[in-house]
Design a protein around this ligand. Structure first.
Ligand code: HXC
Length: 514
């Protein structure tokens, strides 16, 4: 027996080496951690239990029979993050550049299948040269097996992708289907075709980083959600984000202990919103006043900054915040803001995370660029997402709620549960200037002093419409609240809504405008 145990220990030691010491050194020399080091940083200390560490590929072509490594380029298993079980895979670049083989894909599918049965999140750490070229269609099939599982798991268990190296070609579509993509500066990149193919086809000169680096995908394309300075901070931010999530779509995120004595008025909020409705202010300051310990985990903070989305705890409860940002483009809704927020709303709804909407929106962005690129279709995504969401929805109109954007931003009409407005809120079809120029066009044209007439009509319009009370008279606003009362009222509302049950009609699935 002792011999057998020694043999086991040797096999274990070999599996831990991955592609060998030289390859580990190369990985470190590139400033990258190994697949196992990354898992150790991400999960609770000592909680990782690996499976399938003895799996090897079965390919004999291209001399691969002489090159075989236990584990075959991906480490898989179970672990805990913040005390909660997760399934994890981490591609091992030291073995054939982390490329995806048939057996390696089978390992990933195996833990994804288990995660679905167990109702636990899957975290995938990507660092791979793509399909293992020597295996041809077998590796392509492996990708398809993963894509199918990503799709079936979508909305059932949270799926998080962490890109810490190359992720190229069709391989990008697995992370793309998952809920959140984390990338690290300078050493991760995602693209469908690399710089050399781009050069051949479009004659553009572009570097790896410019084409598909972390900055690109968190500022330009919106493909990725969170950027980290280095691998350690990136992995730690995955842990942080997961503290706001439930384990699956039947679960709810755990409440934190909350000291109710912290629920006092917040006087700062009474003076934070400028009287002049054309003056910008930073909605993040409002968020910081409302969330517990000023802790807000922002998603896509450098993309479509005219809308803010992210997770926080409010009164100890995990919530998804969607907020217009008057400090950027006056908080207008455009294509990117709509798709960014729509995807976030749908994630929260799928995973029972209540939505808190902070609204200050002048409407949708006008212009040919927006119209020709489909603001109608993309804006409809956000409308659709809020309409179909059945989680608790609390909306606070801090200032402007104009036009279609009033309807879209979780209004009462589309099943907002508690809709509050500040006393300075302006709820109308459009802003005073535009409205007066249309409805009083003839009167203004006929007036001796056109400017005076415009001012008079604008004042009348503001007096009549630029307030929250007409909406409140109709019950479209549940209450007009002092800004300083916001946190109290939101926490009360979220507590009342804890037993909320709402349903959508039975259907195979809706047809969101894509
Ligand atoms: C087999 C691969 C590999 C692959 C890398 N390696 N990619 N082996 N299949 N796809 C091996 C290399 O041969 C090398 O082995 C080791 O991994 C490290 O690779 P290097 O090139 O030395 O590393 P580096 O210089 O860091 O470059 C990394 C890289 C490059 C940019 C990823 O390796 C590369 O361009 N690889 C090919 C990428 C690619 O075209 N993949 C197919 C995409 S199409 P040795 O033994 O020399 O150390 C695709 C289709 C998926 O994935 C479709 C799904 C629908």
């Amino acid at each position: 027996m002792l011999d057998k145990i020694t043999q086991l220990e040797e096999k274990r030691a070999l599996a831990l080496l991955g592609g060998g010491e030289d390859k580990v050194k190369q990985q470190h020399d590139k400033g990258k951690l190994t697949a196992r080091e990354r898992i150790d940083l991400l999960v609770d200390e000592g909680s990782f239990r690996e499976i399938d560490s003895y799996v090897r590929h079965r390919v004999k072509d291209f001399g691969l029979d002489k090159q075989s490594f236990p584990g075959d380029g991906v480490i898989t298993g179970f672990a805990r993050i913040n005390g909660k079980e997760i399934a994890i895979f981490s591609q091992d670049f030291t073995v054939f550049g982390g490329s995806l083989s048939e057996t390696n894909a089978n390992k990933i599918c195996k833990i994804m299948d288990a995660a679905m049965k167990l109702g636990i999140p899957v975290v995938g750490i990507n660092d791979s040269g793509g399909a293992r070229i020597q295996e041809g269609v077998l590796s392509l099939g492996g990708y398809a097996d993963i894509f199918l599982r990503n799709t079936l798991a979508s909305g059932v268990i949270p799926q998080i992708s962490v890109i810490l190296g190359p992720c190229a070609g069709g391989a990008v579509y697995s992370p793309a289907i998952t809920d959140f993509i984390f990338m690290v500066k300078n050493s991760s990149y995602m693209f469908v075709t690399g710089p050399s193919v781009v050069k051949t086809v479009t004659h553009e000169d572009v570097t790896f980083e410019e084409l598909g680096g972390a900055e690109t995908h968190t500022t330009k394309s919106g493909v990725a959600h969170v950027i980290g300075e280095n691998e350690i901070s990136t992995l730690l931010s995955v842990r942080k984000m997961m503290s706001f999530l439930p384990q699956n779509n039947r679960d709810t995120a755990e409440d934190n202990d909350f000291d109710a004595s912290k629920l006092t008025l917040i006087p700062k909020l009474d003076s934070l919103i400028p009287d002049n409705s054309n003056k910008p202010y930073d909605m993040k300051e409002v968020i910081s006043c409302i969330v517990d310990d000023s802790q807000f985990f922002e998603i896509q903070n450098n993309y479509a900054e005219n809308i803010i989305v992210g997770f926080a705890r409010v009164g100890g409860m995990s919530v998804g915040i969607v907020a217009n940002q008057p400090a950027v483009l006056a908080g207008v809704l455009d294509i990117n803001a709509s798709t960014k927020a729509a995807r976030f709303v749908r994630f929260c709804d799928a995973f029972n995370i209540p939505l808190l909407v902070l609204e200050d929106v002048p409407g949708f962005l006008p212009g040919t660029e927006q119209e020709w690129n489909g603001i109608i279709r993309h804006g409809a995504k956000l409308l659709y997402a809020f309409c179909e969401a059945t989680v608790p929805k609390v909306t606070v109109i801090t200032r402007k709620a104009y036009g279609g954007a009033y309807d879209v931003m979780s209004s009462k009409h589309i099943r907002g549960d508690f809709n509050f407005a500040f006393p300075g809120a302006e709820i109308a079809v459009m802003g005073p200037k535009g409205a007066v120029e249309i409805i009083f066009k003839k009167e203004i044209a006929a007036a001796a002093d056109r400017e005076a007439e415009t001012t008079k009509k604008t004042d009348e319009y503001i007096e009549k419409f630029a307030n929250p009370y007409i909406a409140a008279e109709h019950g479209f606003i549940d209450d007009v609240i002092k800004p300083s009362e916001t946190k109290m009222r939101v926490v009360e509302a979220l507590n009342i809504l804890k037993t909320k049950v709402d349903k959508n009609p039975r259907k195979k699935h809706g047809n969101i405008p894509l």
